[in-house]
Design a protein around this ligand. Sequence first.
Ligand code: L34
Length: 296
Amino acid sequence: MAAQIIDGRAITRQVHDEIREEAADLAARYGIRPGLATVLVGENPASVSYVTAKNRTCKELGMESFHHPLPAETSQEKLLTLIDQLNRDERVHGILVQLPLPQHIDESQVLLSIDPDKDVDGFHPVNVGRLMIGEPRFPPCTPAGIQELLLRSNTTIRGAEVVVVGRSNIVGKPIAIMLVQKADGADATVTICHTRTRHLEDHTRRAEILIVAAGRPAAISGSMIRPGATVIDVGVNRVGTTDSGKAKLVGDVDFASACEVAGKITPVPGGVGPMTIAMLMRNTLRAAKLKVGDRR
Ligand code: L34
């Protein structure tokens, strides 16, 4: 029996429809349009395509977007000056600095300089702290997208055995924290595995929900998956080239063998990626609402 595919694109369309409606409602009641500023330092092709998609999605949902592309050699001082301007710009409700940043820039300094009320990525330590204590303001976009995919695919989270492979600040750690909270859409038993985990497969084979953010193709194969499990593949790896000369996109899970064993699985592309952008839009809408004191 082949696994059921969790269609991230279809779920993204649903979420977009909800956000578009809420944004229109906010405009009608308060006369404001949610605005997102995106900052991209350098021209990493993957980053360019993600940031382009973020700006395009803003427009599709009736939000304002302000794109700030900077050359790779931009100084940290220049970047901090731009962020300071965006912090003070009334039209900007959310600020996103696309990661990774070039080597010469101190990422922590940059994330600290973003106004926590505009930190729609949820990477500022104040927002990380709020998430940790179960009072999230801006849940980070990829983890929020994963949680939403689980909810909208009717996956039982409460009491479930969840195994997260990967411990990054962007995905592994925050999704583990979110799913372990005493809350609706959470209440799971969570294990975090990483590069130093002994006998990885002993952990992954126990997972009812397996979330893979290892950053490497085929990190997980079918034999490492519990029969019937829900598998969320967070990886986006560009490998080789197709006949048309483009790199092929694969996740961190060996899709073919995983499909034979899993109950449900997200594809790459078309799984977690589009939901990451949808959650950025949701956080930007939330930032605009907070500004006008609308907590709905
Ligand atoms: N600041 N940096 C900041 N915030 C983020 O939330 C991100 N991330 C990650 C990288 N750096 C960041 C993203 O936006 C990864 N990421 C992201 C966003 C969108 C997609 C993938 C990763 C996506 O749309 N993926 C498509 C395929 C796109 C393609 O063809 O390249 C998919 O269907 O998976």
